[in-house]
Design a protein around this ligand. Structure first.
Ligand code: HAM
Length: 419
């Protein structure tokens, strides 16, 4: 019978690489937990309308990359391409914004975008994200950005830049947009770029082609046209980041792929990853909650890419996911020894020591090979004669040293080595 592969472009992690995945996921979420963010586990699919309204119909993410399907009741659903819209939906639906503010939440899980797959760009990928809702305080912007920066740094990453800008708000952006369109109208641009000027002129500033970039020199930039409130907010964010010793580079041409951003916007860009260099990004989205039918509350958050962060760790030679899978490996020789080993292993596991056993019908040689492969520090060999003598042979797999330990002391003696 023919075999079946996973669909094209989806990311999956198997041992031993999956240990790196878990390490990265946990390292990126630890600073959020430490800062009082509560965990949310949300559906991987939502009503399509949520993303159309929340993320923006004109974005590539919604118009070209969503996995959209009708359920059996004829309702249009989409696999979530990002996390912010779903978090806002849940906050509104469950009234989390009726209590103390800010509401601080974090999440981790799979997201789906039908992009052209390449290294670092997948159709199912994984993010750790945070959202802080309900307080328009620049110190909260600095907190969110610092959580991201701390997460990457706790993995030992250094070869990345935090790019920062402000995109203004509903007060100053429309006037700026007009100025930008007036400037872009004076340029000789191809048809596709003209269309982009019509849909989202800010996105034209991010064009990667040199001939277009050359034409864009002298384009008005939003940071020079912020209203007083946005300018003050941005200055305060920078001052807090300076106080926190978080380094950033101003990038006034930054454009994000989602429509909801206002004011502070940022991206973590890694220098060892080639084209897919964005390891995380986020910003404020002060109009999103009202757009989704909720109160007029501000919000800020980020999404960090777990897959790309794993690649970044490899690119920088950072050891992740190298902890041995188990500490103790049991090698029972004979049926009675097997019962004794299983009982002892159960006690050890319940005490928190990672342990495994040579299952099946391996001989001593095969079982010792399995012990080596397991990464365990000790093998516990119990034969019939050991059992009669009331001992187990505990072998240090690194040095090869072996000693007999009384079965009655075995759990305590092994616990002592690891706990
Ligand atoms: P985003 O920039 O679209 O933002 O995605 C965040 C991160 O997810 C990216 O920096 C990247 O590391 C990773 N990522 C995105 N697409 C892919 C892909 N196809 N393959 C692999 N990794 C990918 C958001 O999703 C916003 N919801 C972030 C946010 C939260 N803004 C405010 N709150």
């Amino acid at each position: 019978m023919s075999t079946i592969d996973a669909p094209k472009g989806v990311m999956e992690y198997l041992p031993p690489e999956s240990a790196a995945f878990l390490d990265v996921r946990d390292a990126l979420s630890a600073p959020a937990i430490a800062a009082g963010y509560g965990y949310v586990e949300l559906p991987t699919f939502e009503h399509t309308e949520l993303f159309v309204r929340g993320v923006g119909e004109s974005t590539d993410v919604v118009s070209k990359e969503m996995y959209t399907f009708d359920d059996r009741g004829g309702r249009s659903l989409s696999l979530r391409p990002e996390g912010t819209a779903g978090v806002m939906r849940a906050v509104i639906q469950h009234g989390l914004d009726r209590g103390a503010l800010p509401v601080k939440l974090w999440y981790a899980g799979p997201f789906f975008r039908a992009e052209r797959p390449q290294l670092g760009r997948y159709r199912q990928f994984f993010q750790v994200g945070v959202e802080a809702i309900g307080v328009d305080d620049p110190a909260l912007d600095a907190e969110v950005i610092t959580i991201g920066d701390d997460g990457f740094r706790s993995l030992g990453l250094t070869d990345f830049t935090l790019e920062l800008t402000s995109l203004g708000d509903a007060k100053c952006r429309p006037a700026y947009r007009e100025k930008l369109v007036a400037f872009l109208d004076t340029l000789d641009l191809d048809e596709a770029t003209r269309e982009r000027v019509r849909l989202n002129p800010l996105r034209v500033l991010d064009d990667k082609r040199t001939e277009v970039r050359r034409k864009l020199v002298g384009a008005p930039l939003i940071v020079d046209h912020l209203c007083a409130e946005c300018a003050d907010h941005f200055a305060a964010v920078r001052a807090y980041l300076d106080a926190l010793r978080v380094h950033y580079t101003l990038n006034p041409r930054m454009v994000r792929g989602l429509d909801y951003y206002t004011k502070t916007t940022f991206e973590f860009v890694h220098h060892g990853l080639g084209a897919q260099s964005g390891i995380g990004g986020g910003g404020r989205y002060d109009g999103l909650m009202a757009e989704l039918g909720g109160q007029t509350l501000s919000g800020i958050g980020f999404g960090l890419g777990i897959d790309r962060t794993v690649l970044a760790c490899h690119a920088e030679g950072r050891a992740v996911g190298v902890t041995p899978r188990v500490s103790v490996f049991f090698v029972p020789l004979g049926d009675a020894a097997r019962v004794e080993s299983i009982a002892t292993m159960g006690k050890l596991r319940r005490a928190g020591v990672h342990a495994d056993l040579a299952y099946g019908t391996l001989g001593l040689k095969g079982a010792m090979k399995a012990a080596d492969r397991s990464g365990a520090a000790y093998a516990v060999v119990i034969g019939d004669r050991d059992l009669q003598a009331g001992v187990a042979q505990v072998k240090d797999l690194a040095s090869g040293e072996q000693s007999a330990v009384a079965l009655t002391d075995l759990v305590a003696s092994l616990k002592e080595k690891f706990l």
